[in-house]
Ligand binder design. Structure first.
Ligand code: HEC
Length: 137
């Protein structure tokens, strides 16, 4: 049997393909509530948009890979691999696995900001991506 680690690696190579089973232990709404509580202030979609689309001194913004608006398939800025939409209304799997969310926040924030994102920044991003719905892409 393949290990979880191997599955995670396989997922890296097959973002667009069927993904391994996820824990489905959280939702975008729960993530938004969690990070807002940690930050002591509710996530703000407008601040999230600025954060998401701005480069923070490095080569990439979040939007470089996830697109603006993040409602369609994104494209990895260096590998060209496709990335499922980040906006939960357009991707039922987005923000449903705490371990995955934490992992990618850590990794992507490091790539973009050379540090971890703060709770406030995560709450703002959650508010931003959650603001999109099928009627208002
Ligand atoms: C260099 C490309 C790249 C950049 C830049 C990037 N990401 Fe990502 N991000 C990815 C990839 C690849 C995934 C994994 C997609 C998948 O497996 O579904 C991902 C996944 C995520 C996830 C997990 C979503 C889920 O399915 O639950 C979050 C949250 C996230 N990114 C946030 C951010 C934020 C915030 C920024 C900006 C600070 C950012 N990303 C910048 C490539 C990038």
């Amino acid at each position: 049997m393949t290990t979880v680690r191997t599955l995670a690696l396989a997922a890296l190579c097959l973002w667009a393909a069927a993904s391994p089973s996820h824990a489905a232990d959280t939702t975008a709404a729960q993530q938004l509530a969690h990070w807002s509580a940690q930050a002591g202030s509710p996530g703000n979609a407008d601040k999230g948009k600025v954060f998401f689309t701005t480069r923070h001194g490095g080569e990439w913004s979040c939007a470089s890979c996830h697109g603006t608006p993040p409602t369609a398939q994104g494209k990895h800025a260096s590998t060209g691999k496709s990335i499922a939409p980040l906006a939960p209304a357009f991707n039922p799997k987005a923000f449903t696995d705490t371990a995955k969310v934490d992992k990618w926040f850590r990794r992507n924030c490091n790539d973009v900001l050379s540090r971890e994102c703060t709770a406030m920044e995560k709450a703002d991003v959650l508010a931003y991506v959650s603001a999109f719905n099928a009627l208002k892409p």
